[in-house]
Design a protein around this ligand. Sequence first.
Ligand code: PGA
Length: 260
Amino acid sequence: MNRKYRKTIIAGNWKMNKTASETVAFANEIKPLLPKTRACEAVLCVPALNITTAQKALKGCRISVGAQTLHYEKSGAFTGEISADMLDDLGVKYVIIGHSERREYYGETDATVNRKVLAALAAGLTPIVCVGESLDQRMLGVEKELLAYQLMTAISGVSAEDMKRIVIAYEPVWAIGTGKTATSEQAQEVCEHIRACIRKKYDARIARGVSILYGGSMNVKNAAELLKMPDIDGGLIGGASLKPADFAQLIEISAQVENE
Ligand code: PGA
């Protein structure tokens, strides 16, 4: 992480976990465990149905509540979907876009990810754009080309001004929920490459200001090592974000690394 130029973000992705009552229980449990001073930007992306409950339950404890996806149209006949304006109206800031589970199970493509990114920006939201290679792609050694393509498609049509509001999450698909973490060197190499791609499209000033997160089995044991890497500015955390003690500790670890 490089605190001088960019925000450190610890973002939890709850996926399809926790009912409203469980969300309240989580909030009550985590509150006394959180660092007293502002440590980093902490976000929990909860199921859309529980956003309001989570906001109320986490009030006053410096964790903002985000969403896990949105639709790219402003409104209309899209049963079951949620628009950027709906999220904005609830006071949501962060929204995950293009998570590999959305790409795998719900047919999201690089093109729809791009439309969603543009819709989120237009509504004033901050997209957390996920990119990542599969195990096969890594075995073939094409991950850098693939990530450059995923990224460039996702941010196609994004102005330099708007790029400052985007967060990128590098999530190797083979590391998500598998307990297999990329080594800090592997993750750093890719995050550095992502930053270089942003530099090439925009300029050095924009690139150094973009927070790039690592995601994929990040936990209290491996977080410090990953966060010490110069181009890793935080984490997108699934499993470990469901446990109040672990999520609080991840926030604490990021503060410790920042202060080193
Ligand atoms: P994980 O999930 O931490 O459980 O691997 C990360 C993610 O999918 O964002």
